[in-house]
Design a protein around this ligand. Structure first.
Ligand code: SAM
Length: 191
């Protein structure tokens, strides 16, 4: 297939937007794949804040970063991404949410609509002009369906003068195929 699958598309977008020295957020560390990519992209002069509510996910992420010798630019926080304003100390260039449950973990512990929407709202404030929030949406489980409906309704209503909002989706795939939403902050118009 020449078309990029959903997760590679999300990672390509991070590679285009994130530069050395940037300040970025992994809102759902899980096993740390996205955290590691962000750590590589920002380099030793940048900063990654990684959130997960499960200590097992924070530990898995730390192990992955240690193996790659990428710990110095990463701050791992075992708390909900809804607490982002407590930790984020400067404008954010990019944030990624990989929604759902920890692969190989407890499927009952998933992201939820309320905290996801609260975090997106905080991040829209914190985002730099040209910065992005990437949402990888898995909706094959019951909470995922509720969350998807809430996230799509929220994103569809975002002011188009302030943000570009893109949906990247294979519309003929069966079985609740995951998809990506990207929210990009626009330059304010001169009046
Ligand atoms: C699909 S996994 C993330 C996968 C991960 N990005 C990776 O590269 O392996 C979703 C993660 O979100 C975490 N999570 C659920 N609710 C959360 C919340 N409110 N704040 C932060 N993390 C949360 C879960 O514990 C789980 O580890």
């Amino acid at each position: 297939m020449n078309l990029r699958a959903v997760l590679p598309f999300a990672h390509d977008t991070l590679r285009k937007v994130v530069r050395s020295g940037d300040y970025v957020v992994d809102a759902t560390c899980g096993n740390g794949h996205d955290t590691l990519l962000l750590a590589e992209l920002v380099g030793i002069n940048g900063h990654v804040i990684g959130f997960d509510i499960q200590q097992v996910a924070i530990d898995a992420t730390r192990t992955r970063l240690e193996k790659a010798e990428m710990t110095s630019q990463v701050e791992l926080i075992c708390a909900s991404h809804a607490t982002i304003p407590v930790y984020a100390k400067q404008p954010v260039r990019a944030a990624i949410f990989n929604l759902g449950y920890l692969p190989g973990g407890d499927k009952q512990i998933t992201t939820t609509a309320d905290s996801t929407l609260l975090s997106i709202t905080h991040l829209m404030e914190l985002l730099e002009i040209g910065g992005v929030i990437i949402l990888v949406i898995y909706h094959g489980h019951p909470e995922g369906k509720t969350e998807k409906e809430a996230v799509v309704a929220f994103c569809t209503a975002i002011n188009q003068q302030a943000f570009h909002v893109l949906s990247y989706q294979f519309i003929n795939q069966q079985n609740d195929a995951p998809f990506v939403i990207v929210i990009e902050k626009r330059k304010p118009r001169q009046s």
